[in-house]
Unconditional design. Sequence first.
Length: 444
Amino acid sequence: MDYVERVLDQLKRKNPNEPEFHQAATEILNGLRPVVEKHPEYEKAALLERFVEPERVVLFRVPWVDDAGAVHVNKGYRVQFNSAIGPYKGGLRFHPSVNLSIIKFLGLEQILKNSLTGLPIGGGKGGSDFDPKGRSDGEIMRFCQSFMTELYRHIGQDTDVPAGDIGVGGREIGFLFGQYKRIRNEHVGVLTGRGLTYGGSLVRTEATGYGLVYITEEALKVRGDSFKGKTVVISGSGNVAIYACEKAQSLGAKVVAMYDSNGYIYDKAGIRLDVVKQIKEVERARIKEYAARVKGAEYHEGCKGIWSVPCDIALPCATQNEIDGDSARLLVKNGVKYVAEGANMPTDLEGISVFQKAGVVFLPAKAANAGGVATSALEMAQSSGRLFWSFEEVDAKLKKIMVDIYHNMDKAAEEYGCAGDYVAGANIAGFIKVAAAMMAQGVV
Ligand code: NDP
Ligand code: 2IT
């Protein structure tokens, strides 16, 4: 067994029943093999063992009262994974599937993603198994207030700065921020994704989806191609999916399918994003509605079928493990040329290998969806500086960050003998900075 295998083996033994965490760690550490081989001092310093162990895990009770007066109890999590290059930074996910394994996989990914942005942010993630679906605004507010009543003591603008993720958008960040400010009596950049009237940044709402399209555009450009005239399939219909669709359409692509957790819509004329926004952002209703409102559009029950829709570019933007080996094979058979991950770990290990073997240009999540957290870091900079930048200014910075990430991971892959393997390239490019910072700071 080499060093990487030993660390993975130990991780699985020490953290049983955490399949998503095992999956993310396997993908990451396998990519880092050429780096640790080049740096034997890392093994002596138990660097990988420290890298995969969170600095701190906070687990807490979140009691709240629903509109009918019934008392509920949820679990709250914050995994403060790595602060070597900056304060912990990463989103909060509210979804019934949330557990420690999922928060740890997201936190581990976040360390390298945040490093790739080139900005000084460490890695963390949190959330709750709370299910926001069907809850009133009052219930959401009381839940967020209860969640923050414990979380506030663990975070701070220079310590840990949460943001949104699945189930946590502008409304939730507003309630969380209000409670933090009330308890702490300070108006600081302790959360990102805030509204524009209380410290938020322009472009943060659009950033993950736009960034995903910017990095894909760069991958197309260096191959003498563009989004123009391309058929695109996007899974999800939440924050990331909607703004990926918006930017892809503005560059001349035709987006033909999207989904939510119940089923997918297919519109061969091209998705009408105004209708999707009205259904998902305003009414918080189901995507099924789209087919009732747009002539010629189809609705299919179930999610998996979306990968049978032929496309040139697939942008999975919903959740982990949406694309397994079979779905990947189907996409390849139907001619997909580019897959860029808007969601975190949407392709499983078999799916990644299918794409790479077929020569599909595969842009992994930690690079492809880094635009969200990068713009969060720009929000933090504006908060600290008491500044407010224009849309054009933030958008230009975001675009440059995404283009730089593309070239950094491309270069890293080439330097370490795996040209074109962006999974390894992104892991390596992200890890080098974190590893250097950890080595410089001693055994901590
Ligand atoms: P949203 O809550 O806005 O949207 C999530 C979308 O994915 C919804 O359409 C939702 O459907 C669907 N979805 C969620 N869970 C499942 C599931 N188990 N099966 C099928 N569909 C599902 O979240 P975001 O758009 O913010 O996040 C989407 C992905 O992007 C996540 O993986 C997140 O970690 C990642 N990401 C988000 C960033 C951000 O800035 N927001 C930044 C980087 C990555 P339904 O409405 O039916 O639940
Ligand atoms: O997965 C992610 O990068 C996010 N959910 C965004 C995190 C952030 O701090 O903006």
